[in-house]
Write a new protein. Sequence first.
Length: 202
Amino acid sequence: MKKSLLLSLSLMASLSRAEDDGFYMSVGYQIGEAVQQVKNTGALQNLADKYDNLSNLLNQYNYLNSLVNLASTPSAITGAIGNLSSSAINLTSATTTSPAYQAVALALNAAVGMWQVIAFGISCGPGPNLGPEHLENGGVRSFDNTPNYSYNTGSGTTTTTCNGASNVGPNGILSSSEYQVLNTAYQTIQTALNQNQGGGMP
């Protein structure tokens, strides 16, 4: 009886240990399986990303390949040349509709307008010395057809005499030579913009 009791107790103890071990083994297996699934998911995601990249590259290759095939036909080349030619003609031919022509005219008008606004406030001359600098700066000179803000003349232009005796340069007056460059540019642009004077841009 003692032996059977001892045997049944040891059997129960081993069964309970087996249950405990089985439970722990089962839980450990489930944790391991979850970890493996996470690892597999990361690997699968990486594989899916690489597949998407490869698919995008193949699509780009196919698109470029189709463009090359389309561009290699004589009609496509002739059409592209025709489009470029008509674009160039539209840019430069008609003065009323050409963006390039209008941009140049606008820039020239802005330059003339700016000179007309600031010219009356510009002083010029050879400077205070009558030595070599006097001649280098252009000496005393008069320029015709310069902008005029004396509205009493009614002509809109006047003669400017560069005879200033202040220092020439930054924070000073323009030299007569520099004023001549500006006035020559002004006259040239005015002629180009004024078709009534035989000018006009090409």
